[in-house]
Design a binder for this molecule. Sequence first.
Ligand code: 3HC
Length: 289
Amino acid sequence: MHTVAVIGAGQMGTGIAQTVAAHGMQVLLADVDLARAEAGKLAVEKALAKLMGRGKIEASEADSLLARITPVADYAPMAEADLIIEAATEREEIKNAIFENAGKVLSAEAILSSNTSSIPITRMANHSPDPARFIGLHFFNPVPVMGLIEVIPGLATSKQTTARVTAFAEGLGKQVVLSQDEPGFVVNRILLPMINEAVFVLGQSTAGIEDIDKGCRLGLNHPMGPLQLADFVGLDTCLDIMTVLYRTTRDSKYRPAPLLVKYVEAGWLGRKSGRGFYDYTGEAPVPTR
Ligand code: 3HC
């Protein structure tokens, strides 16, 4: 792959852009407008500045990595892309509109992929010009650090498409887990019910925020407790994924915890909004209940 387009310059999209550019490829970064795409590039610049501060990357390397990321105002330049990765909000109608628009410029050999956390690939492929060249490519946050990418072929995805994106993912230094196109794929099908259950435990006052997280950190050796991790992923994203699991399977075990819904309704979305299960506005995070 020479040029990769990333649509969505949020937490995941910027992490993907940074990782792809770090491996020598050109990146076209898009969002709803040029200002948001440029803000995404700025977020990468900030992440690189932190790494430079820790002596993990040379200034010249950071400069050339940044020079490979081009914020774009619309999809027209993506006609040059070998791979388009959609990393927008976890809402099917938003993603489908993106596939329809990106599909208009997708070149004959190029692949269209989605970083969806849970929405069925086979269903979204219908909104692309060629379902044989449509696939799920699920990164984990923070993308530059996490070692896994899930590859999810839909029913119509060709073997060649699966092989090409697997080689791309491995070329980023990641390991690949191949998942069938089932709700939540492998990792989120396991992770999100755990996070949701932690919110039920909190809602039932079985334990407080810090003890729930401490229990999982020390009792399970997880690097972060489930509520801290939920803040890190974004509570709106957690709710969106639980909603997809619940609606797709119609299994009540996936019903979103009422307290999770309440936090999202309050606009307490986690680290990105300054407050979730913890308040991040002070020096150190403080539990919000
Ligand atoms: N680019 C490159 N490297 C970066 C970076 C970036 N943007 N940000 C951090 N790093 C590097 C640091 O330099 C450091 O490297 P080192 O180990 O060689 O010194 C390393 O990453 C760890 O960073 P920090 O020291 O700042 O932070 P911590 O040691 O506290 O670890 C963490 C942070 C890696 C996030 C850890 O807490 C963790 O693993 N948490 C769990 C993450 C997780 O579960 N993610 C999956 C979420 S689910 C998901 O993404 C799916 C979605 O669909 C919902």
